[in-house]
Design a protein. Structure first.
Lengths: 196, 196
DNA sequence: TTATTATTTAACAAAATTGTTAAACAAATA
DNA sequence: TATTTGTTTAACAATTTTGTTAAATAATAA
């Protein structure tokens, strides 16, 4: 034992994440991943044995990263307004870094088994849904199913990033303008969802 | 000439659209398409010669369908409020019918050349952006770049449909509830974007 | 009925992709 | 230095996928 860790196994996973989650090349092969990581394709199989196992692992890591970012924001003891602001700020950055993660999970799900969520998620999402309900009673949020509110929030953050190339061509947005607009969105999204 | 039209060529295209745009099976092969259409795979090549040509054609048809739905709504001589309502009503139905069309275009774009839009789009999108600006001055819409408004509108319609499976598992939404929620969304979206 | 068109069947070839194995080489550790 | 671990190279096999071709069959139109 005491296998020395060269970080190559993680390098391969990180490269795969970059290709699938960040660059959105959903059809990339193990060869593409190996090339991008600068290692031999045999090594990919040496560490992960199969493409499916690698996929499964990066999906799990992606889910875990997501939870590690969300949990402290949603369970903290701050006012709802602060949580919402923090969430938009943090999650939008995360989505910009990994625009295609959800998309990858969705399309891979269609090839294999359904993705499962562990009970850990309920522990912080359910209380947050309850907080949303309270804010509706206080009049800071339009009254609706709190899950609709969550969908609105996620939609406003995710979709413009996933569909960036389409938005740019349909709405005639230059690359520079697009970046500027994404920065403005954090405020726009907050103001659409919350009123003092 | 006067080649008799059996509708099979269109059947293959429609089946491909169903698989890619509707079912989101982005990795489907020509064999999968042929099977789903109930024809021999040779016929797919007989009509389209290559997979890429078939893909190119269904993307073009998808773009054209989208334009044919949008154009009459956006260029009509109705009040903005009516147009917006009509647009949400019609486009959300379209998105529910073809949830993964944008996704397919985006991912295919990454494998081949960039998707081009003809000038036709500007003819009805630019005037509509101008209308949005007017509504902001009238105070019916929060002030922002009109293109941000369009992004918000498209996001609120598209994302919950594309990410349905994820939303269901994260927010613990049953299939029946999800359908109910999608019906409610037409009003929710309108009310988020427009205030009398 | 004959000719044309649509479709299937079967048999391939070529390429791409995944996965395995064995041997060699490189680098770190004991 | 000897040994273990990491990595590459090379050579395969198996499978999948795309694309082509020729011949047979079915259906329709002239």
């Amino acid at each position: 034992m005491a296998a020395r860790d060269t970080g190559t196994e993680q390098l391969i996973k990180d490269t795969a994440k970059r290709i699938f989650f960040s660059e959105g090349k959903l059809h990339a092969t193990t060869q593409d991943i190996a090339d991008a990581a600068g290692v031999n394709r045999t090594l990919v199989h040496y560490y992960f044995r199969s493409r499916d196992i690698l996929f499964e692992q990066i999906i799990q890591e992606g889910k875990e990263e997501w939870r590690l970012v969300m949990e402290p924001i949603l369970t903290g003891n701050h006012p709802f307004k602060v949580k919402l602001k923090k969430m938009i700020d943090t999650v939008l950055d995360l989505i910009i870094a990994y625009p295609y993660r959800e998309l990858f999970v969705i399309t891979e799900e269609k090839r294999h088994a359904e993705i499962q969520l562990d009970g850990k998620h309920d522990l912080f999402i359910k209380p947050f849904l309850a907080e949303i309900k309270e804010e509706m009673i206080k009049g800071h949020i339009k009254t609706m199913d709190p899950r609709q509110f969550m969908m609105n929030l996620l939609s406003l953050m995710s979709y413009p990033v996933v569909s960036a190339s389409l938005q740019k061509s349909v709405l005639r947005i230059s690359d520079a303008e697009y970046i500027k607009m994404m920065k403005q969105r954090k405020n726009i999204i907050f103001e659409m969802l919350y009123q003092d």
